[in-house]
Design a protein around this ligand. Sequence first.
Ligand SMILES: Nc1ncnc2c1ncn2[C@@H]1O[C@H](COP(=O)(O)OP(=O)(O)OP(=O)(O)O)[C@@H](O)[C@H]1O
Length: 259
Amino acid sequence: MKLSLPKSYNRKISRAIAEFDLIEEGDNILVGFSGGKDSAFLLYTLAIFQKSMAIDFKVSALTIDLGFEDDADFSEMEEYCSKLDLPYHIERTKIADVITDENTKNPCSKCAYFRKGSISEFMSEHGYNKIAYGHHYDDAVETFLMSIIYSGQIKTFEPKSYLSNSDIHVIRPLIYLREEEIIKAKEITEYNPVASPCPHDGETKREEIKQLIKSFDDSQQIFYNLASAMREGNKIELWPEELNNKAILERSRKLWNRV
Ligand SMILES: Nc1ncnc2c1ncn2[C@@H]1O[C@H](COP(=O)(O)OP(=O)(O)OP(=O)(O)O)[C@@H](O)[C@H]1O
């Protein structure tokens, strides 16, 4: 397969790799391959960068089979990896049993938790030091807004992070690409994304937030304003840390009780 990447994609991915120090000499990188458009494009780009960069590193793909179907067929994904000349692995799990159980609260976060557990186990067994995910710019901004709205915290995932428990780095080389760019990239990869077998697919809070951002008249500008608000070093004027009741009581006593 002849691999090539338009300049605009190349520039944004190279910038992320350089700015966040995502890839180093000797890395053994595992790409989480769900079968969706994002991780498929990530594999395509890393196959190219592996050849074009002046440092040596390995790239392989791993699919965690969540176990929705007993005889799930991954042959298209396998074929795609072989066209890219990348090793492909599948880990079979029973995570679906937990997700489909009616008594399971927060099935999406439980699924992500178990999936990450399976990935890090696979990595330590096979000597990988980095896991690459297909998260893009829209994912980061949506996560930022979601965490403010739903959990009262100003945070999002980082382009590169270190998990000390498992001694692995998580990297997200597509972080400067907008989702619409990845959708368009299907013409480049000639890969047909596999539909998610998950019953909760498309009905998540993330989808609501995505639609909320799109609903603004000036949604492009608003997207980039949110993106700049999630940068460290930008102007922050927040309220002081909340005082506990005891401290407030002590202050009040001093202010209102004469001694
Ligand atoms: N079953 C899986 N096996 C391996 N990696 C996975 C799996 N599911 C998700 N991932 C990894 O986690 C990333 C984020 O997962 P998420 O479920 O949010 O997918 P997404 O944003 O729809 O991306 P994609 O288009 O790659 O499915 C994916 O891009 C992929 O790298």
